[in-house]
Design a protein around this ligand. Structure first.
Ligand SMILES: [Fe+2]
Length: 143
């Protein structure tokens, strides 16, 4: 069962970011499948570790892309702060003694899927559009 359905409305118009997001959506759905099937906690722990590592990899890649785009420091900081809110939530999750309990994982997924849906279709799309406009020379990097 799909927790997060990817369709063209999730695209932000940048092939690398879109590919990362599709991978993340696939991983979130995979974690959900393992959690609802209540397979052994070791399987859950392994896939959660992969999801958390890939999320950090993706955030770093996006932040690097924005930093290299010529966008203003204010824009880059706003985006980093948004990522930091999910990083904080990930750290809180990792500190839970029962973090491999399927119910705890499903609760964490509910928050995380919602966070990604709002973030991808809001800030990611807006900032990816801005980078394209900067590259075309039709946007002021300081906007
Ligand atoms: Fe982002």
């Amino acid at each position: 069962m799909e927790l997060f359905h990817w369709d063209s409305s999730c695209g932000v118009g940048d092939s690398l970011i879109d590919e990362h997001h599709r991978t993340l959506v696939g991983m979130l759905n995979e974690v959900y499948d393992v959690a609802i099937a209540e397979r052994d906690s070791r399987a859950l722990e392994e896939i959660m570790a992969r999801l958390l590592a890939y999320t950090e990899y993706h955030f770093n890649a996006e932040e690097k892309l924005f930093a290299e785009s010529g966008a203003s420091h204010r824009i880059i900081e706003v985006h980093q702060r948004a990522h930091d809110r999910l990083r904080t939530r990930l750290k809180e999750y990792l500190s839970l003694p029962d973090k491999n309990d399927p119910a705890v994982v499903i609760d964490f997924l509910g928050f995380t899927v919602n966070w990604f849906q709002v973030h991808i279709q809001g800030m990611d799309r807006e900032h990816a559009t801005m980078i394209r406009e900067i590259n075309r020379g039709s946007a002021d990097p300081a906007m």
